[in-house]
Design a protein around this ligand. Sequence first.
Ligand code: HEM
Ligand code: NAG
Ligand code: NAG
Length: 321
Amino acid sequence: MGSRFSFPFMVLTIVLMIFSCLPCQAQLSSSFYDNTCPNALSSIRTTIRSAVSRERRMAASLVRLHFHDCFVQGCDGSILLDDTPTMTGEKLARNNNQSVRGFEVVDDAKAEVESICPGVVSCADIVAVAARDASVAVGGPSWTVKLGRRDSTSASRNLANANLPSFTDSLESLISLFDSKGLSARDMVALSGSHTIGQARCLTFRGRIYDNASDIDAGFATTRRRQCPATGGDGNLAPLDLVTPNSFDNNYFKNLIQKKGLLQSDQVLFSGGSTDSIVNEYSRSPSTFSSDFASAMVKMGDIDPLTGSQGEIRRRCNVVN
Ligand code: HEM
Ligand SMILES: *[C@@H]1O[C@H](CO)[C@@H](O)[C@H](O)[C@H]1NC(C)=O
Ligand SMILES: *[C@@H]1O[C@H](CO)[C@@H](O)[C@H](O)[C@H]1NC(C)=O
């Protein structure tokens, strides 16, 4: 077969292939570790499954960890870095401090992967895969995770303070923050649907349950006040989805329609604004929510990755090499 093509033609073809592939350098690919670490994905899955079976909430924490990683200088594992004398990182930023969880699980997954393929799989990719495996472990949607992210060599508390949404944000600020990350209002509503699992601290919803002007179901407010006093008890937990806090379903949206969103930033998605129709749609159709959530997670995982020779593959996720 090959004899039909002349040598110069083949050289030209190869050169063209190389050039046409230069832009692909920035592309993530689901087959990235197929040759360099074929068992990476199954190894991560084993670690995540066992962590979630030990503690169901860990699924929620891992999904959120990926979100908070991606929104601050891209999906680059920056959230995992500890502060150093010369670097003030993201862990203690306003919306992460005492709140974001799952670091030990990522460290466990990394240690397992390092034992089979040292220096190959990035922490940023482990976080992305962990989020998918966590969703699946609690009955949520699955998606194909694109891979090839590299790890940052720095992190910034200031950037985290500026780029992570707050529980008091208005609908307009949420839409514009997500838009600045290339995510639509529909993506934002779908992704907020991950509040179908996990917990929030009293500190984050006290304002809403004690403000008589809140757009909140009165009985729900009374119930939540029992475990969340007007002062003190900042760390007391309540489920973000009061109906099925441990399984990934569309009850979150049904709660919003009944004015039983826990956070103010939840209820603004259904308060007479532009996203009401999306909430209605997801509350009626679990399958639409599920497929929109999966595609929005893939989109979120694509935010500004480091690729090629940028960044590094950290040996330990909490420190740069
Ligand atoms: C739309 C803007 C959002 C705001 C204002 C917001 C805010 C919050 C807050 C305040 C908590 C409770 C934290 C605590 O008490 O320490 C929380 C928990 C959580 N968030 Fe969000 N969130 C948003 C979007 C998202 C997105 C996009 C995701 C994932 C794709 C997500 C996933 C989660 C999960 C799973 C939890 C529970 C975590 C756990 O139990 O450890 N959130 N969020
Ligand atoms: C993190 O939270 C703890 C406990 O609320 C607090 O003492 C500490 O000052 C906070 N750190 C930062 C950097 O805000
Ligand atoms: C809210 O309503 C309760 C009972 O109806 C009342 O005791 C309380 O003073 C009100 N709070 C505010 C801030 O108006």
